[in-house]
Ligand binder design. Sequence first.
Ligand SMILES: Nc1ncnc2c1ncn2[C@@H]1O[C@H](COP(=O)(O)OP(=O)(O)OP(=O)(O)O)[C@@H](O)[C@H]1O
Ligand SMILES: [Mg+2]
Length: 191
Amino acid sequence: MREWTFENDNGKCPQMHKAHAYVECWEEMKATNTGYLLWGMVGTGKSYFAGCIANALMEKEISVCMTNFALILNDLAASYKGRNEYIARLCGFPLLILDDFGMERGTEYGLEQVYNVIDSRYRSQKPLIVTTNLTLEELQNPEDTAHARIYDRLTEMCTSVCITGENFRKAKAQAKMERLKTLLNGKEICL
Ligand SMILES: Nc1ncnc2c1ncn2[C@@H]1O[C@H](COP(=O)(O)OP(=O)(O)OP(=O)(O)O)[C@@H](O)[C@H]1O
Ligand SMILES: [Mg+2]
């Protein structure tokens, strides 16, 4: 994720100015406990957008933790005793970025842990940035109270930004295929 920077930006994300603005107004964001909820289709650059903010702030010597719920749930399952310390550590970072929110859907254990992390961060009064494939409509219409309690906190802490644009992974795959075709040109291999 070190390469997810403003310098390497392909200029195709229509919302990228909001990432620049976040970094420029960091002191204000911090003071007002303001984050982003980045939502949109698969491959549109939500994680890249968040990574740019993380890398730019780290260049200013601000500690940022960018992780995802798959890792968090693994870590929590591995250390039952150290759970509180683990969550407290996540809440110690001036900026926390949770990538891929919503992937834990379906398991009660996952949901409970997600609530613990989000609620602790909420109480720490420090900003949080979240990326998700959930739609704003899904976030505004939670299926039950357990989800409502999580989504409610998130929407208070984070301003929602819809990341639009193309699926960059498809474009990358296409470019890779073209390169390979050129490389293998003349050889008897069928792609
Ligand atoms: N602004 C950008 N400039 C250059 N490359 C980008 C940009 N945005 C995304 N990419 C590249 O496109 C690919 C997909 O981006 P990313 O992983 O951020 O998408 P995503 O919206 O988080 O996808 P998902 O919903 O699956 O989590 C990655 O390889 C990433 O490096
Ligand atoms: Mg992502």
